[in-house]
Write a protein that binds this ligand. Sequence first.
Ligand SMILES: [Zn+2]
Length: 176
Amino acid sequence: MNHQPFEEWLLTDKYLTPSEKRELDLHLRTCVDCTALSATGLALRSARVIRPSAGFASRFQQRLALQKAADRRRKILGALALILCSAALLVWLTAPYLRAFTAAPTEWLATLSGYFLYLTNSARAVSETLLVFARVLPNLLPPYLWMMIVSAVAGFGLLSSVSIWRFARLPQGVAS
Ligand SMILES: [Zn+2]
């Protein structure tokens, strides 16, 4: 069944001429869908808009402010709980070392300084090895491999700069 133009008339609340009204009445007598549509429109039109009681806006704002304050309190409490938990965990993890340290401070300091010495020594050894590699590698690797590495690095740099450029050029709103 063809519901046009009746459906449109009902949906847009069009002002109908007497002949159009007759046509619509005839269609409504045979069409269940459009009758339902018409009934819905009537119900919507006859529904009363309830006015908010006096002081609704201020009460709403008050409640919103209270809710925001409660939210802030909850966030602060959460942060405090997190800090306390991490502090407790830290104490629990370091307690054995602290106890050992207080039992024999000088031995611990010696161990610690020995450890730092070991760290600096290994760092120096690693950097020296890297320097040697840097000096030797250019002679070891064939030229085409170097070209491949350089072009790969350059291509990656170009790609990332292009994608950044594309993100930076996103449309800044809709022109009117
Ligand atoms: Zn219809």
